[in-house]
Design a binder for this molecule. Sequence first.
Ligand code: SAM
Length: 169
Amino acid sequence: MQAEPLLPPPGLAVDLGCGVGHSERFLVERGWQVLAIDLLPEAIAHAEAQCAGLDGIEFVCADFRTCTWPANQLTLGFNAIFFVPTADFWQVWESLRERLTPGGLFIGQVLGSQDDWANEAMGSIRPEEEEQLLAGFSPLHFEHVTRPGRDVFGREKHWDVYHCILQRT
Ligand SMILES: C[S@@+](CC[C@H](N)C(=O)[O-])C[C@H]1O[C@@H](n2cnc3c(N)ncnc32)[C@H](O)[C@@H]1O
């Protein structure tokens, strides 16, 4: 993880949309407790199998738009906050921010409104909403990348993504 030098001392990490569990081993091997949340039972089953034998990980099959999670020192939203519909975006962002303890980090990406994927189902922010996104955070890395590119299937698409490492103030 590129952000490793910026990580706070280990505590509780919450992985929103953990998928098949790419981050969990990395974190527990560095002393973190991990709460890994995903909507899809198949993803949770795969992630549990990947992490068999590792202590300190709790997997929960739930919708992070509506479930609650405890105060934590690290919230991950790798390629997952993209899937929050526009109508829910700011409420999810508020929950995420309020549950991060001061000094804690959010690491993940947020979709920009010029991305080809941005629509009602995939919430995005406009440049004039950057200030709202950063409220309550000190940005350690905040990079807005907007450029033509390709998706994982090689199809052309316009990317408009904010790459975030944000520290809760
Ligand atoms: C593209 S995958 C990314 C997985 C992982 N974070 C990674 O980077 O490898 C997005 C994951 O977010 C999950 N997801 C999307 N919306 C969700 C929600 N509202 N609640 C819980 N999980 C969600 C999906 O089920 C999927 O596993």
